[in-house]
Design a protein around this ligand. Structure first.
Ligand code: GLU
Length: 454
């Protein structure tokens, strides 16, 4: 069996850490198993889906390096859904209903009032051909429901357990006797996701469906749809949803955690990939160098079914670690794009102090631009200026200078270094002064030690 999986976002917004986790788990599993990863755009909601969002999703996946072997969009497959619906209608598994939303709501209220669960009472099934004609002559348009297989009479639902062995959660059950027959086609003829997803998963031969555990109830229904269409259901794997570091649901804050924003903030794609791949697993959260390396770690058994805690501080920390490992060659183009024109010596000096790449701009401004030095003790820094060795400078210059300065002032430790750092960089801390000094050059170093803006 060749593994085939898909990532199926709706192009109604940009990707965020939550849905990227779904994407990456699918991608890693495909990679690990030598299978195929497909991008499916669930765009049957024409009001909310846009091409701009679809393009944004592709860009975000590209940026993360999650390549897809094929792309499909649901809006291009309406004929397939029509055909599948016709087949189910012929088998009596899809039936027409004529209630308006208001009528359904009132009915549910009455059911609740009588202490009954508010599930659809299958009135639609009881209407005969003449009744349908009358309703349609009255201008009513039908919507269509899928008849769940949960009743002997065909009308009264009985407790009916649909079960599957979930690759992440183990044995799972859904009682489809407690659910309403789901609407699969709206009165305006548009299809609902629950149904179109099954048609696609079946026709594109998905072997596994890896998605969030907010779809567990859908799975109970969808297993019945696969069977009604004459297909074997795929293996399901439901991962938990992310919660915030504070334990609260993340869903409201996900907009701010978009991949687009992370990219704009200068985050490293491998940091985001490592984090979203490893969060909620039994592997330690570490920065990995490549997606292929992450794929070697992938196993369903390692993924926890408990909610995974997303902590932006932890991601930033991981990002810094990814950044520190990058060589100058790997970042030179991106540095140039940020207007940072330092070479390998500059990069090696500052990379250990960066959390995101754009932090390099501030260090470049300190090394190559003008700053206002902070003079803590003018007499001391004046002496230090006078003792600066003559150029040319190299990596021995610092030791020569500091030895002379120690001898002349008797200072050591913080009393020696802190005023130098403040004067040379205007900052409390930062990269090693030994390296910075050479990058600054004698003229600039001397000027700053004497308190000049330069
Ligand atoms: N478009 C659906 C969603 O984003 C896909 C769910 C699924 O993977 O089946 O929730």
């Amino acid at each position: 069996m060749t593994v085939t999986v898909r990532f199926a976002p709706s192009p109604t917004g940009r990707l965020h850490v939550g849905n990227v986790r779904t994407a990456i788990l699918n991608w890693l599993f495909a990679k690990r198993s030598g299978g195929t990863f497909m991008l499916r755009l669930d765009d049957t909601d024409v009001q909310r889906s846009t091409e701009a969002f679809a393009q944004g999703i592709r860009e975000d996946l590209d940026w993360l390096g999650l390549k897809w072997a094929l792309e499909e969009r649901q809006s291009a497959r309406l004929e397939r859904y029509q055909a599948a619906a016709a087949a189910l209608r012929a088998k009596g598994r899809i039936y027409a209903c004529y209630e308006t939303e208001d009528e359904l709501q009132r009915r549910r209220q009455r059911q609740r009032g009588r202490g009954l669960p508010p599930i659809y009472d299958r009135t639609g099934l009881k209407i005969d051909a003449a009744g349908r004609e009358r309703l349609e002559a009255d201008g009513r348009k039908p919507h269509w429901r899928f008849r769940l297989d949960n009743s002997e009479s065909g009308l009264e639902p009985l407790p009916t357990i649909v079960s599957w062995n979930d690759a992440i959660r183990g044995d799972q059950t859904v009682d489809v006797g407690s659910l309403s027959d789901p609407v699969v086609i709206r009165a305006d003829g548009s299809f609902l996701y629950t149904f179109t997803s099954v048609v696609d998963d079946a026709e594109f031969g998905m072997t596994h469906v890896i998605r969030g555990d907010d779809h567990i109830t859908n799975t109970g229904v969808q297993i019945q749809m696969f069977e009604a269409l004459g297909f074997e259901p795929p293996v399901f794997a439901h991962h938990s949803l992310l919660i915030g570091a504070d334990g609260q649901a993340l869903s409201k804050r996900l907009g701010a955690l978009s991949i687009e924003n992370m990219r704009k903030d200068g985050m490293e794609p491998m940091a985001v990939a490592s984090y979203t791949a490893l969060i909620g697993t039994s592997d330690p959260i570490e920065a990995h160098d490549s997606l292929d390396e992450l794929a070697t770690l992938f196993a369903f058994e390692k993924i926890s079914s408990a909610p995974a805690r997303f902590d932006l501080a932890e991601l930033s920390h991981l990002n810094a670690r990814c950044l520190h490992k990058l060589s100058f060659v790997e970042v030179s183009d991106r540095l140039a794009a940020l207007g940072v024109n330092g070479g390998a010596d500059f990069w090696d000096a500052v990379r250990g102090n960066l959390t995101v790449l754009s932090d390099a701009k501030a260090w470049w401004a300190i090394v190559a631009g003008e700053i206002t030095p902070v003079i803590e003790d003018a007499e001391f820094t004046g002496k230090a200026a006078a003792l600066l060795p003559e150029e040319p400078w190299d990596d021995t210059t610092w030791d020569v200078w500091i030895a002379a300065l120690k001898a002349a002032t008797g200072r050591k430790g913080r009393a020696l270094f802190h005023p130098l750092r403040l004067a040379l960089t205007g900052m409390e801390d930062g990269p090693e002064l030994k390296v910075l000094l050479v990058l600054l050059g004698r003229e600039r170093a001397e000027g700053r030690l004497l308190g000049r803006v330069c």
